[in-house]
Design a protein around this ligand. Structure first.
Ligand SMILES: NC(=O)C1=CN([C@@H]2O[C@H](COP(=O)(O)OP(=O)(O)OC[C@H]3O[C@@H](n4cnc5c(N)ncnc54)[C@H](OP(=O)(O)O)[C@@H]3O)[C@@H](O)[C@H]2O)C=CC1
Ligand SMILES: CC[C@](O)(C(C)=O)C(=O)O
Length: 333
């Protein structure tokens, strides 16, 4: 597997071209600013009347409509949420798709599941940072980067790979390393990771641990520190040196508990369920579920999102975090 770094990508590929970044949310604000700081000409497409519009203005952009950005952009990066991309593409981007332009994504969902079908005379590529947008920006600012994957779905110009790598360099990803993938592989693995491990799996693991301790009569604050707060510190060790470094740093007692009890938490049943979840992603069943949920106005998504905000775990967590002023305060706009 080849890993592409700074020397493998040439920002000159984007010289004289305009990159339209449509959507100024988590990835949009990060990618647009990193590209601009890398010397790339950027135009931001962001609808007015929202905090993201105000932020784009605060950051020194003059946001225009998605249609205007798509008209002006030689490279058009769609960074609105996945469920909203197809409608936005059909209404504002498709009419501006001229031969030789590049259509870019940071996740393959809409191409892989056939919600967007670009014309054959444009390049269709993906540069997908393997990290949240706010880190894509903060890592870039501190001189580092978040690794990324790139993929080519269509190469009409013969230069699609060079464009993708130049874009990856512009957002700082080649500082950390860029790997080649396909739209299919990125989409399926990304959905699987966020559902089974990174977001779904971890959230449920934290809640199950917290509830077990609280239901047994322990103080919620102690349960919070044990099952949520310390998780970050443990993951930091894993991030830096793998499971081995985490096990090197923890006590032998903790390591023995890890090696002998962990498999009772993540059982064969859990592994079977993970395979089922992967199957639903591969068959398109999850994509259909998510698309229909959006078409219905997101009833389940909204209700569950609200009930999760009211969890005791979250209430205790926000109180305890407020007592640690050295933690960076987060602003959720
Ligand atoms: N979040 C992440 O860290 C990662 C995201 N990705 C991918 O990046 C892409 C963008 O995701 P993310 O940054 O999370 O998105 P966000 O939800 O953070 O971005 C929302 C942006 O899109 C705009 N928007 C929302 N709905 C519409 C609409 N119907 N029409 C026009 N504009 C709209 C919002 O404007 P307004 O403020 O007006 O609502 C806002 O600017 C997705 O493909 C995602 O899978 C990939 C890797 C990581
Ligand atoms: C883990 C969630 C993610 O896949 C990501 C930050 O990479 C996302 O789509 O937000």
């Amino acid at each position: 597997m080849q890993i592409f770094y700074e020397a493998d990508a040439d920002l000159n590929v984007l010289r004289g071209k305009k990159v339209a970044v449509i959507g100024y949310g988590s990835q949009g604000h990060a990618q647009a600013q990193n590209l601009r700081d890398s010397g790339v000409e950027v135009i931001v497409g962001q609808r007015p009347g929202s905090a993201n519009y105000d932020k784009a203005v605060e950051d020194g952009f003059e946001p225009v409509s998605a249609r205007e950005a798509a008209e002006e952009g030689d490279v058009i990066q769609i960074l609105t949420p996945d469920h909203a991309q197809a409608a936005l593409y059909h209404q504002d981007v498709a009419p501006c798709m001229k031969a030789g332009k590049t259509l870019l994504f940071s996740h393959g969902f809409n191409i892989h599941y056939g919600q967007i079908l670009p014309p054959a005379n444009v390049d269709v590529v993906m540069v997908a940072p393997k990290g949240p947008g706010h880190l894509v920006r903060s890592e870039y600012v501190r001189g580092a980067g978040v690794p990324a994957l790139y993929a080519v779905h269509q190469d009409a110009t013969g230069h699609a790979v060079q464009t993708a790598l130049a874009y990856a360099k512009g957002i700082g990803a080649t500082r950390a390393g860029v790997l080649e993938t396909t739209f299919k592989e990125e989409t399926e693995t990304d959905l699987f990771g966020e559902q089974s491990v990174l977001c779904g799996g971890v959230s449920e693991l934290i809640k199950a641990g917290f509830d077990t301790l609280v239901e047994a009569g322990y103080q919620p604050e102690i349960a919070f520190f044990e099952c949520m707060h310390e998780l970050k510190l443990i993951v930091d060790l894993i991030y830096r040196g793998g499971l081995a470094y985490m096990r090197y740093s923890i006590s032998d007692t903790a390591e023995y508990g890890d090696l002998t009890r962990g498999k009772r938490v993540i059982t064969e049943e859990t592994r079977k369920e993970m395979k089922k979840i992967l199957g639903e992603i591969q068959s398109g069943a999850f994509a259909r579920d998510w698309i229909l949920e959006n078409q219905a106005g997101r009833p389940m998504f909204r209700a569950t999102r609200e009930s999760e905000k009211r969890l005791l775990l979250e209430e205790v967590g926000s109180r305890l975090r407020a007592m640690m002023p050295f933690l960076d305060a987060v602003k959720m706009i």
